[in-house]
Each structure stands twice: as structure tokens, then as C-alpha cells.
Design a protein around this ligand. Structure first.
Ligand code: BEZ
Ligand code: FE
Length: 289
């Protein structure tokens, strides 16, 4: 029996993968074991630190339920989610860049006609969001679906408000024959990612703030095209350069233009200042199956 030391233990653990018959699984586990062992050696992990890590991961799992995914939040705040996004969504010219989905997407949002107001009766600055969905060479894509969701004026999503029974500030729109869509909502605000769990404690210990710059989430899809999950960020937000989840890309930062009370471009009369934001989404063709 060979005594396993800090140098040959890694090789021994790797050899135990000999029976793995899925080559991709074997490749991923080989790399994971190598990097984990190198990490432990590099920082000379103490037993106390090892156990603190176990407790942290346990608490992360215990914080998860059907509405809360603390492990995804961990991945987001360590930059892993955006790294996976970047590796898997290399965009061709004309295609809109993607960013994180986030934990507040809810499938099956209510459908609205163009021009509808997602924020009827809610506080916040009225905002008309309009644009076109296009192919990478600029042709309109009629009938595309745009699924939209964002936080309210206090920085909370509907699913974070236990008192709400109905969806709020989320809905689906479809583009017209010219590929256009438009809807009213409120101008989003910056907000913190959930900090009442182990990830919040980790951020605090790292000396990091938990804020995301103001944004509107969109998922744009059309038959024959790759679905796009992205955000539109409000230009000028103070957290654009330090997003807690590293999700900002320059091409997704857009001016929300302030207007005096009057008639908006869609004919709506406003007796208070309002904003307009215009953004066109480019979809690339779906890769052949
Ligand atoms: C969000 O934008 O909704 C979000 C993304 C990642 C972590 C937390 C929130
Ligand atoms: Fe968000």
C-alpha cells in the first residue's frame, strides 16, 4: 500500500476516474479535481478553513427553495455565470449581446398588446420602451416574442413581495408586421441582490456592495432564431462599473431620455415628465440541430 502524500494524492484521485464511461464527464471531473487540489495546496488550507467552507456551502444549500436559488447567486456574484454566458454566446455582428437570466424570471408571464402599460397605478417615472426585433442583417422579424420583467420603484421584483398574488411589472409582447414593439412601464432603479443569506455575508466579508445597476430584463425569441436573454441598462447609473454580478456589457447601456409633460410618440398624453427608451434587438439564426 502506497502512502498518499500531498504530491501524489491528486494523481490517485484522478486514477479513480478510470471507470467513468462518459468522456465529457470524465474531462470535467479531471479538471475539477486538479484545480481543487491545486487550490488547497496553493493556499495551504487549514482544517478550520476547510470546515468553514463546508458550513458555507451547507448554508447556501439550506437557503434554496422553489423561489430562492442561493447557489446561482453564488455563481453570479463570483462571476462564474457571466463567464459561462460569454463562452456559450459568442455573437456575430448585428446580434444583441446576452447577459445573466437572474433568479426573478418567471415562465408564463401574461401577454399584452403593444402599447399596454405594465405599471398601471404603480409609483415611478412613466417610460415608453420601443424598438424593433431584427435579423443580423437588419430585416424585421414580425411575430417575435419579447418577455419583459424588472424591479419596482423600491427595487423589488413581484416574486419578492409576499403580499402580491398577481404578476407585476412583467409581461410578454409580440412584434408587429414591421418587427416593432412598444410598451409603457416605469424607469427601473438600482437594487441589491438578496443579502439575507450566506452570499450576502460573503459579499460583506469581501468588502463588496450588493448592488446591480438599473436594468430591464428581456428574453427575445422567434422561430428559427437563437433565443436571446439580456438586459437593457440605464445609462448613467452609478453601479454600471461595479455590477454585483458582472452582467454589464457596453452595447446594452441605453439612454432613458427625459421629456416634459405632453404627447408621447405613441400619442399618449402625459401631465407629468416621462422617459423614452429605444432599443433594437438583433437575433442570430438558430444553429442547425
Ligand atoms: C437580476 O438581475 O434580477 C439578478 C441577477 C443575478 C442575481 C440577482 C439578481
Ligand atoms: Fe434584475
Amino acid at each position: 500500500m502506497q502512502t498518499l502524500e500531498k504530491t501524489n494524492l491528486t494523481q490517485a484521485a484522478l486514477e479513480r476516474l478510470g471507470g467513468a464511461d462518459n468522456p465529457r464527464f470524465k474531462q470535467v471531473m479531471t479538471s475539477l479535481i486538479r484545480h481543487l487540489h491545486d487550490f488547497v495546496r496553493e493556499v495551504e488550507l487549514t482544517e478550520e478553513e476547510w470546515f468553514a467552507g463546508i458550513q458555507f456551502l451547507t448554508a447556501t444549500g439550506q437557503k434554496c427553495d422553489e423561489k430562492r436559488q442561493e447557489f446561482i447567486l453564488l455563481s453570479d456574484t463570483l462571476g462564474v455565470s457571466m463567464l459561462v454566458d460569454t463562452l456559450n454566446h459568442q455573437k456575430t455582428t448585428g446580434a444583441t449581446e446576452s447577459t445573466v437570466l437572474g433568479p426573478f424570471y418567471v415562465p408564463g408571464a401574461p401577454e399584452f398588446p403593444n402599447g399596454a402599460n405594465l405599471a398601471e397605478g404603480l409609483p415611478g417615472d412613466p417610460t415608453l420602451f420601443s424598438g424593433q426585433v431584427r435579423t443580423v442583417d437588419g430585416k424585421p422579424i414580425p411575430g417575435s416574442e419579447i418577455d419583459v420583467w424588472h424591479a419596482d420603484a423600491e427595487g423589488f421584483y413581484d416574486v419578492q413581495r409576499a403580499e402580491l398574488q398577481e404578476p407585476q411589472l412583467r409581461g410578454k409582447f409580440h412584434t408587429d408586421a414591421q418587427g416593432r414593439f412598444w410598451f409603457w412601464t416605469t424607469r427601473p432603479t438600482e437594487y441589491p441582490v438578496p443579502t439575507d443569506g450566506p452570499v450576502g455575508q460573503m459579499l460583506l466579508k469581501m468588502g463588496r456592495h450588493p448592488y446591480r445597476p438599473a436594468h430591464i430584463h428581456t428574453r427575445v425569441s422567434a422561430p428559427g432564431y437563437e433565443s436571446l436573454t439580456t438586459h437593457v441598462f440605464v445609462a448613467g447609473d452609478r453601479y454600471l462599473h461595479s455590477d454585483a454580478v458582472f452582467g454589464v456589457k457596453d452595447s446594452l447601456i441605453v439612454d432613458f431620455v427625459r421629456h416634459a409633460p405632453g404627447t408621447a410618440p405613441d400619442g399618449t398624453q402625459l401631465d407629468r415628465p416621462y422617459f423614452t427608451v429605444q432599443y433594437d434587438f438583433g437575433l442570430q439564426p438558430a444553429s442547425p440541430a
